[in-house]
Design a binder for this molecule. Structure first.
Ligand SMILES: *Cc1c(COP(=O)(O)O)cnc(C)c1O
Length: 426
């Protein structure tokens, strides 16, 4: 069957249903084209994309500069493996390490692989530099975390749907409450075998939980005090999504166009994925300075596709677009406007309890139970009204449009959202 052959939404859904594993529960919309902040379904209906593939499409759909970099590299050289050098990877590594201010980058493909890489790096550092006894290293993580879907990563998830019947699990993780510095200090003080603290600067999948002011810098200070690596999972929050190049930029003034990309809270290990791909081709990376990354030696770790020429070309173009188009600044401005507009609506609403977020990573809390179908029903109505979003955790709807949106489009979206919500007021 040719992919150019026309297919109806109904047929496309039936095909996936019959031949694909049911590991997702998609909204019933079949997309066949994307451009900027818009996607079109196979029947030609146009939507605002308010998920951006979980923040992988920050630069907008089919960004010409990213597509051009990908296509031209695809016509030249696609894959060599790391058994040989290629002429693009080093340039990408230089560009990304300069951008994020680290000595070294280790390229992978997906977010979960990059998290796995960071965990292995942290453990090896702990044995070889910190002197933790063999196989005793512990990594502190947060409750309600989301770091991906591999066996080790779900070992420290507390989502029963992600874990049930996937055991036995990987040892060596201690879970503490998110946004709780006391809990972090307690565990660091009481256990000398702690190698690292893995944290999301904002918990995206859990429902866009923004920690208290000072949490990240406080956690970094505690990690320094106890000689523990601060590992920031910025797979979802990074690359301008939260109004800064990185969410760990905290309150530095880099929301403006002079953003240097230097984080105020500098992680020891930085994990990037999603929008490092420009939404075009999987690219993820782990960044660290020599004192840490130096423990990795040939044969310790790798991936056939990690650092391939297409990924390297796409990664550079993806970062270029973020800088050229000042998308961190745009996310900051539009995010502020978005929350202000929704807060106006909420005053007289009994269906929405709150809006929260940073930059263009936001969520609304629906006034109903996690088990209710209200959030799903609202997303179905939003779809009818031309805007695509998806509930996370039952009663929370995440709103994360591409960062290339303009103010007029954003206000149009606010209109669609508030009009739709008002259909559900009771
Ligand atoms: C999406 C995500 C991951 C996993 O990325 P994949 O590319 O889906 O493996 C890891 N951490 C965070 C914070 C994420 O949002």
């Amino acid at each position: 069957m040719s992919v150019l052959q026309k297919i109806t939404s109904e047929d496309a859904i039936a095909l996936e249903d019959q031949h694909g594993a049911h590991n997702y529960h998609p909204l019933p919309v079949v997309l066949s084209r994307g451009e900027g902040v818009y996607v079109w379904d196979v029947e030609g209906k146009k939507y605002y994309d308010f998920l951006s593939a979980y923040s992988a499409v920050n630069q907008g759909h089919c960004h010409p500069k990213i597509v051009e970099a990908m296509v031209s590299q695809a016509k030249t050289l696609t894959l060599t493996s790391r058994a040989f050098y290629n002429d693009v990877l080093g340039r990408f590594e230089k560009y990304a390490t300069n951008t994020f201010n680290f000595d070294k980058l280790l390229p992978m493909n997906t977010g979960a692989e990059a998290v796995e890489t960071a965990l292995k790096l942290c453990r090896k550092w702990a044995y070889e530099k910190k002197g933790i006894p063999e196989n005793q290293a512990q990594i502190v993580v947060c409750e309600n975390n989301f770091h991906g879907r591999t066996t080790t990563i779900i070992s420290f998830s507390n989502d029963p749907i992600a874990r049930t019947n996937f055991g036995p699990f990987t040892d060596g993780f201690i879970k503490i409450e998110y946004d709780n510095l006391k809990a972090l200090e307690e565990v660091l003080k009481s256990n000398t075998n702690i190698a690292g603290f893995l944290v999301e600067p904002i918990q995206g999948e859990a429902g866009v939980y923004v920690p208290s002011e000072g949490y990240l810098s406080g956690a970094k200070d505690l990690c320094e005090k106890y000689g523990v690596l601060f590992i920031a999972d910025e797979v979802q929050t990074g690359i301008a999504r939260t109004g800064r190049l990185l969410a760990t930029c905290g309150n530095c003034s880099c929301a403006d166009k002079h953003c240097s990309g230097t984080p105020e809270v500098k992680p020891d290990i930085l994990i990037l994925g999603k929008a490092l791909s420009g939404g075009a081709y999987p690219v993820s990376a782990v960044l660290a300075n020599d004192a840490i990354m130096g423990v990795i030696k040939p044969g310790n770790h790798g991936s056939t596709f990690g650092g391939n020429p297409i990924a390297a070309a796409v990664g550079m173009a993806a970062l270029d677009v973020i800088k050229d188009e000042e998308l961190a600044h745009n996310a900051f401005e539009l995010g502020t406007l978005f929350r202000a507009e929704l807060n106006k609506y909420i005053v007289n609403s009994n269906i929405v309890n709150a809006v929260r977020g940073k930059g263009l990573l936001n969520a609304i809390l629906i006034n109903d139970t996690e088990e209710s179908s209200t959030a799903w029903d609202i997303c179905m109505a939003l779809k009818e009204n031309g805007l695509l979003a998806k509930p996370t955790h039952g009663n929370i709807i995440r709103f994360a449009p591409p960062l290339v949106m303009n103010e007029e489009q954003l206000l149009d979206c606010v209109n669609i959202i508030t009009k739709t919500l008002s259909q559900f007021e009771r």
